[in-house]
Design a protein around this ligand. Structure first.
Ligand code: SAM
Ligand code: DTB
Ligand code: SF4
Length: 365
């Protein structure tokens, strides 16, 4: 068995990342087989419960209000809409529903109470429930856990150094604080990032170093290939080469042996054979369904045909951890004097993304 280490160095991770690909895949596949059933893939469905209009300036994101992209904005969904979507996802074979909101952070208001009811509703369908709602306080994370949440997704996106190039409206430390709050609530942690944003191999390995310093390691690490969306500052970014995706998945597999590595956004740009290499190199999860949050994803039937060709099976819910218990009173109780999200950048100026925003406003000739 390979060791679970929290003392990796950047140099060690880079050395792994830069190995001849054929050796890297072989080593990663060995680690994967020691710690996971290589024939099982956890299948999640994403649902955007509140779309667009986000005040943040994440340079990759079509949902940032300032970027004038072509997405359909939507207010918070109703609990009934979420139940219907969850039932459909379950019938199609997903064991987890991941609900995303284009929020900077959660507030202790009626909308959060509604999200808590959504969590309980999906929990009652015997699906694993995940949320990605932006920053949360410890109390908010605990209320989510009491409603039956299984995992909270909050990506660190890149290395600490490159993060500053991509987002200026919040700091790396804000992200880390939320991950700490998620852990305090005994939720499982889902945190990873994006490749193909113009970062270097050092940044990719820096991100893995930061994740490996978390103790325990995140239960789940999504590796997203950038989906470049017109109107965002990263609209002209080239599709990340498949070899980089395989390299990144394999390196994640070796550095974080017990973690589920999610082959996340970017699959529409990949061939079946490219995805097969990702599974071989240690990917143990995908987002299924023809939409991610706002951008396209492969059709469900196409994924099931690929699973069949490769001899893969969708994983049952709660296979890697017990079903949480719900505490109705705890999740329904709003704190009287709710703790405010700490913000590391009061009075920030949005230096980085002003130019991109101006560019997006200028009609092309
Ligand atoms: N607003 C919340 C937040 O930022 O934490 C939750 C939703 S946000 C859309 C979830 C994650 O999706 C981001 O952290 C980012 O890693 C990923 N993401 C967003 N846009 C993407 C894109 N165009 N390509 C790849 N991944 C993307
Ligand atoms: C993650 O790492 N990737 C998912 C999920 N966590 C929330 C989101 C991908 C979003 C891709 C762009 C879009 O569809 O808006
Ligand atoms: Fe907002 Fe999340 Fe998009 Fe950043 S990634 S702009 S926080 S929705």
């Amino acid at each position: 068995m390979s060791d679970i280490r929290h003392d990796w160095t950047k140099e060690e991770i880079l050395e792994i990342y830069n190995r001849p690909l054929i050796d890297l895949i072989y080593e990663a596949a060995k680690v994967h087989r020691q710690h996971h059933d290589p024939k099982e893939v956890q299948v999640s469905t994403l649902l955007s419960i509140k779309t667009g209009g986000c005040p943040e300036d994440c340079a990759y994101c079509p949902q940032a209000a300032r970027y004038h992209t072509d997405i359909e904005k939507n207010d918070l969904m109703s609990v009934a809409q979420v139940r219907k979507a969850a039932e459909e996802a379950k019938a199609a074979g997903s064991s987890r529903l991941c609900m995303g909101a284009a929020w900077r952070n959660v507030r202790d208001n009626d909308e959060f109470d509604q999200v808590l009811d959504m969590v309980k509703t999906v929990y009652d369908l015997d699906m694993e429930v995940c949320c990605t709602l932006g920053m949360v306080t410890e109390n908010q994370a605990k209320r989510l856990a009491a409603a039956g949440l299984y995992a909270y997704n909050h990506n660190i996106d890149s290395s600490e150094e490159y993060y500053k190039e991509i987002i200026s409206t919040r700091g790396w430390e804000d992200r880390m604080e939320t991950l700490g709050n998620v852990r305090k609530a005994k939720l499982t942690v889902c945190s990873g990032g994006i490749i193909g944003m113009g970062e270097k191999a050092e940044d990719r390995c820096g991100m893995l170093l930061a994740l490996s310093n978390l103790n325990p390691h995140p239960e789940s690490v999504p590796i997203n290939g950038l989906v470049s969306v017109e109107g965002t500052p990263l609209e002209d970014q080239e599709v990340v080469p498949i070899w980089d995706m395989v390299r990144m998945i394999a390196t994640t597999r070796i550095v974080l042996p017990e973690t589920t590595v999610r082959l996340s956004a970017g699959r529409t740009q990949m061939t079946d054979e490219g995805q097969a290499l990702c599974f071989l190199a240690g990917a143990g999860s995908i987002f299924a369904g023809d939409k991610l949050l706002t951008t396209p994803n492969p059709e469900f039937n196409k994924d099931m045909a690929l699973f069949q060709a490769l001899g893969l099976n969708p994983q049952a819910p709660y296979k890697k951890g017990g079903k949480p218990t719900v505490d109705e009173e705890a999740y329904k109780t709003r704190p009287e004097n709710g703790e405010k999200i700490k913000w590391s950048r009061p009075g920030h100026t949005i230096e980085k993304n002003v130019a991109a925003s101006e560019k997006a406003k200028t009609p092309s000739a």
